[in-house]
Design a protein around this ligand. Structure first.
Ligand SMILES: Nc1nc2c(c(=O)[nH]1)N[C@H]1C(S)=C(S)[C@@H](COP(=O)(O)OP(=O)(O)OC[C@H]3O[C@@H](n4cnc5c(N)ncnc54)[C@H](O)[C@@H]3O)O[C@H]1N2
Ligand code: MOO
Length: 615
């Protein structure tokens, strides 16, 4: 039983921030999947007792009955807006214990509200529940908070204008709710809006071409964008036999065609027994025997093998080491079974695996989006499945650009051995995609364009030529092809100049810088999430690691550092980590993501996992 009902819960929709990165547009009025962001947030809190929007009363379009209030002073920040909402709810006569705070730009908050309520029910002493995203950031603007705790915090602080949400929530004891699917992500940039298909009214230029200025997304945002872009691709589905399905992704939920186990069976070698002992011994039962026409009479026992079906009437199974068989009376060829001295009567069902213990007929046993691991294939077989609905892995074509590159032998005399193809092809396969055509092309606009146009892949990876040198043509080629750019640079080094664009025919192109470490790091950020999206898998959460020593990062954006784990489990830089190098990553177990400003040994840092390395 819920400890509180939704009548105890109000909602504050935050819709009044200055959307600076969106060119100052009114975020609440943007339309996602047919509804404005304010409408979506209100719908996410549809069951709330009272709902209030904190935004601009002059422009916010809300249904009748929903109040719009404004924080004082205007634009004094989210904490101030939340408390304006709390006051407005009290004025409206609400006495609810809990309040949802939903920023309208968290377009998928509806996916979280149920879990937030459940979290508050599970933790009755908590002051709030907040999602924690894949980069271990608390998403405070899509939370459920105890109203009295918010008020008490404000009373302690005094003026909440321009204080952070973190500060307002400091005294609250919050429970974290893992948000594995990025449902708590907000729409901050034109790229994110575009990736979601949100049209931006023309108050400011949206990113229309490769050269349009755009803010480089963080690694977290780049992963999210790549995943969303992948997920937007139409799914291709087929049925695969179990052997062929290994490692593929389920396209649909799978229900069990039979109960597991299909029949009640013995968990031990011993005797099936019925009634009181001593039991008279009957015919043995072997695994595979059909016992539908047999039944065990009271006072009888049948020797039974592990896994054999127990006949009707069986009370329990006695293990072979727990029973003693002796001739009956003077020994007329009949035998009886007794329990060893000191053992109590068997309890009903002892050592019997009941039918349907693991799965019932028709029960969903495997879920859409799950990868078919060896144990899941075994489970599918046990359920009686012969083939499964799976997603067809996307094909990824690789175009390696560079006049100087050679495919074999040593570098020298202006020739550089191609060090990317040998690592990108297995990276593609390891991500769950199929490697398609692999070709090297010259630094010529026409050649690069022809390679991209020829590709029949679901995704094209182009390496090299992303920079601004006279021989760097990749950007120009894309521009001339009228692509839609989704990512133009990632706020990280090495790997900053990566580009993600959607061709007019809908195929996605990932352009990686030519420097080998930069290319691999950008590929590690973008490729896995994009393929996960294409396969209908959730976005993998980044693992958290600890450093062996502090590492500074005085420059802008994240610094990516290939590291090896020491015996103490701490990550130590491998060295050889300049953008043009290849050795450092070859020695690495993980890649630490250092935020701007650096990180200390105390921090738990997100890292790019390397699928081939030990954890
Ligand atoms: N004036 C500026 N120059 C550069 C900038 C900049 O901002 N201003 N950015 C630098 C950064 S950061 C990177 S990363 C690189 C990106 O370069 P490109 O994507 O244009 O790549 P290329 O010029 O084609 O090659 C760079 C380097 O990598 C070698 N390479 C290329 N492909 C391979 C391969 N398959 N295997 C091995 N090595 C490869 C190539 O020979 C060059 O040495 O630009 C900086 N410059
Ligand atoms: O970003 Mo470049 O990728 O630093 O080397």
């Amino acid at each position: 039983m819920p400890t509180f009902t939704t009548a105890d819960v109000d909602a504050i929709i935050l819709a009044g921030g200055r959307a600076v990165r969106l060119g100052g547009r009114d975020k609440g009025a943007l339309v996602y999947e047919g509804r404005t962001l304010i409408e979506r947030a209100l719908a996410a809190a549809a069951s709330a007792s009272h709902r209030v929007v904190v935004g601009d009363p002059a422009t916010a379009a809300v249904p009748s009955g929903v109040r719009v209030v404004r924080e004082e002073p205007m634009f004094s920040g989210p904490a101030s807006a939340v408390m304006a909402g709390v006051d407005a709810l009290a004025e409206a006569g609400s006495t609810a214990t809990w309040v949802f705070v939903l920023a309208c730009d968290v377009v998928r908050s509806a996916e979280l509200t149920g879990a937030l309520l459940a979290g508050a029910e599970r933790h009755p002493d908590a002051d709030g529940v907040v999602p924690i995203d894949q980069e271990s950031r608390r998403q405070l603007l899509v939370g459920l908070y105890r109203v009295s705790a918010l008020r008490a915090s404000r009373d302690g602080i005094g003026d909440v204008a321009n204080i952070s949400m973190k500060r307002l929530l400091e005294p609250l004891s919050l429970v974290e709710l893992p948000d594995d699917g990025y449902a708590s992500a907000d729409v901050d940039t034109p790229e994110q809006a575009q990736a979601l298909g949100i049209e931006l009214p023309a108050t400011a230029p949206a990113t229309a071409s490769v050269t349009a200025p755009a803010q480089a997304p963080s690694i977290a945002d780049a992963r999210l964008l790549a995943h969303e872009l992948g997920a937007a691709r139409p799914a291709s589905v087929h049925r695969a036999g179990l052997a062929a399905a290994a490692g593929l992704t389920l396209a649909d939920d799978v229900t069990s065609p039979s109960p597991v186990p299909a029949f009640a069976n013995s968990a031990m070698d011993g005797w099936a027994v019925a009634g009181n002992w001593p039991w008279r011994l009957g015919e043995p039962i072997h695994a595979g025997d059909d016992v539908r026409h047999r039944s065990l009479e009271p006072g009888c026992a049948s020797p039974i093998m592990t896994g054999a079906e127990v006949p009707a009437g069986t009370w329990a199974v006695v293990r072979s080491e727990d029973g003693v068989v002796a001739p009956v009376g003077t020994g007329a060829g009949e035998w009886e079974l007794s329990l060893r001295p000191g053992l109590g009567d068997p309890r009903e069902g002892h050592h019997i695996r009941p039918a349907g213990e693991e799965a019932a007929v028709g029960e969903v046993v495997l879920h859409r989006g799950e990868v078919l691991t060896p144990p899941r294939l075994g489970f599918a077989a046990a359920c009686g499945c012969d083939d499964l609905p799976v997603r067809v892995p996307p094909t990824v074509d690789l175009v390696v650009v560079g006049d100087e590159l050679v495919a074999s032998g040593a570098s020298g005399a202006g020739r550089i051995r191609d060090a990317l193809t040998p690592q990108l092809v297995p990276l593609i396969e390891g991500a769950g995609a199929r490697s398609g055509s692999v070709g090297q092309v010259r630094d010529q606009t026409a050649d690069i364009r022809a390679a991209i146009e020829r590709s029949a892949g679901d995704l094209i990876i182009v390496t090299g030529g992303t920079s601004i040198g006279t021989a760097d043509h990749t950007r120009g080629v894309l521009e001339s092809m009228g692509v839609r750019v989704v990512i133009d640079g990632i706020a990280m080094r090495p790997g900053r100049p990566a580009l993600v664009a959607v061709l007019q025919r809908g195929t996605v192109a990932i352009c990686l810088p030519g420097n080998p470490l930069a290319a691999m790091l950008a590929a590690l950020v973008l490729l896995g999430p994009m393929v996960e999206g294409m396969l209908g898998r959730p976005l993998t959460r980044l693992p958290l690691i600890r450093l062996a020593a502090d590492i500074p990062n005085p420059r802008q954006g994240s610094l990516l550092v290939p590291c090896a784990f020491g015996p103490d489990g701490r990550a130590k830089p491998t060295g050889w980590a300049d953008s043009g190098m290849v050795r450092g990553l070859a020695l690495a177990d993980t890649v630490a993501i250092l935020p701007q400003g650096g990180a200390s040994q105390e921090d738990r840092l997100p890292a790019l996992p390397l699928a081939w390395s030990r954890p």
